[in-house]
Write a protein that binds this ligand. Structure first.
Ligand SMILES: *[C@@H]1O[C@H](CO)[C@@H](O)[C@H](O)[C@H]1NC(C)=O
Ligand SMILES: *[C@@H]1O[C@H](CO)[C@@H](O)[C@H](O)[C@H]1NC(C)=O
Length: 394
């Protein structure tokens, strides 16, 4: 379920990389040394040649435009392109139980919003400006659509906030994306959508939100009480930035409260969290613990929130979670390559005793490597100036 890029996190990490590499062609000045570029020493150690890296970059660009342009021609203003029928697709209003579709598609031109930061990544300021104006003109959140709080947050609120920050960035840190005639509309949209998600917190006895909420009607009768850990505990980047931009701590406070509650519910012996719990009773329904689906972005957001906001508490939770991960999930030899024995691996375990729970790992857990890489390489709090957004007397 938890399988999508976390937009703001990628804004922080990804944009710097592409903006810098594309700026070398477009001669856009940039200010910070990009921690994503390899140093000459690292380049010598890399298994990819410069040419291979350029090829991969061009291929990624072509794939993006293939998807984006076909969406705009055949699907916009619906949420996404149905690639089999080459038509647009939105929520399945006729069948509310079709959650594969309805969790993500909210009748809010999802792909357009989702693409705003990609246009920045690819250095396309002309299309970025056009897409921002189109989004402001056409997207509307007053829909009888029941979406996942998590999906709407990471995709839509994340998109709106990152595009807002970029369109209003006079110093043009990421390239020529500043919009003279932009007046904070995307921030207002993010605020409106977040307000429409907030009913998910009402009526929850633990403060952990319902998984799904109707954008117009709030929590519908018979909404399930179960949520996965990652879905609940991956709101802090977006809610935190929203709060700081609005100077209204409601959103950040709600997101922090979830994280603290989840933390309280960890197993007292192993320190691990399960993957599914009941938001009313605070009891675990699923005891599987691992780095993939169900938990992934919870860990990711703790570290990235610390990098973004510099709050020590987020780092403390991450460090303790990481210690439990190493204690319970790691198998194989203790070093990567210098010893005999099975290759090192993080496996899925039972949160209650750390025993191996199954014999598969899922592809989503690849993010963990990048997380550890960020820990080592970019770990400089305040670097991204997000802490300067702090606004209530800290
Ligand atoms: C909202 O949508 C549901 C199902 O898609 C429908 O049954 C219901 O009547 C709608 N309610 C309103 C107020 O539009
Ligand atoms: C969710 O929990 C509440 C409070 O315990 C209960 O009243 C409600 O019936 C539950 N909902 C479902 C769908 O089980």
């Amino acid at each position: 379920m938890i399988q999508n890029a976390r937009k703001l996190a990628w804004i922080v990490f990804g944009l710097a990389f592409f903006a810098t590499t594309s700026s070398q062609h477009q001669k856009i000045p940039y200010r910070t040394r990009n921690p994503f570029l390899l140093t000459p020493g690292e380049r010598r150690l890399s298994s990819f040649s410069q040419e291979e890296m350029l090829d991969a970059r061009n291929e990624a660009r072509e794939m993006f435009y293939f998807g984006y342009e076909n969406y705009m021609s055949h699907a916009f203003p619906l949420d996404e392109l149905d690639p089999i029928h080459c038509t647009g697709r939105g929520p399945d209003y006729k069948n509310p139980t079709n959650i594969n579709i309805n969790d993500v598609l909210g009748d809010y031109s999802l792909t357009l919003l989702d693409s705003l930061d990609s246009l920045v990544v690819f250095g396309d300021s002309k299309e970025f400006r056009r897409a921002v104006k189109l989004a402001i003109r056409t997207v509307n959140f007053d829909k009888n659509a029941t979406v996942q709080v998590f999906e709407a947050t990471i995709r839509v609120i994340g998109s709106l906030l990152s595009a807002h920050l970029i369109a209003s960035d006079k110093s043009r840190t990421l390239g020529d994306f500043y919009m003279e005639d932009y007046d904070g509309e995307l921030l207002s949209m993010a605020h409106e959508l977040a307000s429409r998600l907030m009913p998910a917190f009402d009526g929850s006895r633990t403060g952990i939100p319902y998984t799904r909420v109707n954008l117009r009607l709030g929590i519908l009768p018979d909404t399930i009480n179960e949520t996965c850990t990652a879905g609940a505990g991956s709101l802090l980047l977006e809610f935190g930035i929203l709060s700081r931009l609005l100077k209204d701590h409601t959103y950040e406070h709600a997101a922090r409260r979830i994280n603290e509650k989840l933390w309280q519910l960890r197993d007292p012996i192993t320190g691990l969290l399960g993957n599914l719990l009941n938001i009313q009773t605070g009891k675990w329904v699923g005891h599987l613990s691992g780095l993939g689906a169900g938990l992934d972005s919870f860990f990711e957001y703790l570290l990235k929130a610390y990098i973004m906001f510099g709050e020590k508490r987020d780092l403390q939770l991450f460090n303790e979670a990481y210690a439990s991960i190493l204690d319970n999930m790691r198998r194989g030899r203790s070093s990567c390559s210098l010893e005999d024995g099975e290759p090192p691996l993080f496996v899925n375990v039972d949160a209650r005793d750390g025993s191996t729970a199954n014999t598969w790992i899922d592809s989503l857990q690849v993010y963990f490597l990048i997380l550890l890489f960020s820990l080592i390489k970019f770990f400089i709090p305040g670097k991204f100036r997000w802490s300067s957004l702090t606004c209530w007397g800290r």
